[in-house]
Design a protein. Sequence first.
Length: 243
Amino acid sequence: MRREEPIGRSFRRFFCEKLPESGEVEIGDQEAHHLLHVLRMKVGDKLELFDGRDCSAAGVVEELLKRSVRVRIESKSRVSVELPFRLVIAAAVPKGDRQQFMVEKLVELGCTELWPVTYQRSSVKIEKKTVMRWRRYVLEASKQCGRNRLMEIGEPISSREVFAADVFAGDRWLADPYSSQPLELSGGPSDSLIAVGPEGGLTEEELGTAREREWRTGHLGPRILRLETAAMAVAARASLLAD
Ligand code: SAM
């Protein structure tokens, strides 16, 4: 079901992976820490829980424990605000704080999956902890924007693997500032994988492989965008098409 009404912002949202239909549920770890020590919520306060797989529930704080919180579920429903197609962005990793910015904005714009890619000219190393951190950013952004499904963060992958022919069954696009065609995800919503390169751009070898494997290339206007801006611009085009 798609949401008919604008998202009500009155209740704080918390992630709860195993959300029962009714009764009580205990939330722990970072979510409980946020509720107890950052927001200092009280018994009787209303909140919203979501499970990351399209369901959310209205709830009330029942009991505050030392490291967890018991919540009474009042009603659970399936509420999807997802794009009607799979939108995967295979992006190089930006520097520093720009990583959080990129992840947040892609969640808000409805991107389905974000693959952290090492391109030949990538200057930022992807580590296991990068992926863990990005998953935390996904959770925080989903709480804020009312999305009930979590954008997936893929395992680190190389550009060689991304450009392999069988990596994706839908449309494959390369965001290329020097393409003669605009990057237009038109012709109806369809599953799309879009590659966004590093600050140094793609190498001739990568461009050649993409062409050989029949990737389409498209530009996003005459200005050179930072990679996180390019990823956002792509997602914004796709979500405008769909929403
Ligand atoms: N000097 C680099 C080059 O020659 O490609 C610029 C790289 S740009 C900072 C980083 C990535 O963002 C690019 O590899 C491309 O995927 C994407 N990008 C930036 N501006 C773009 C534009 N106007 N059109 C399409 N893609 C763009």
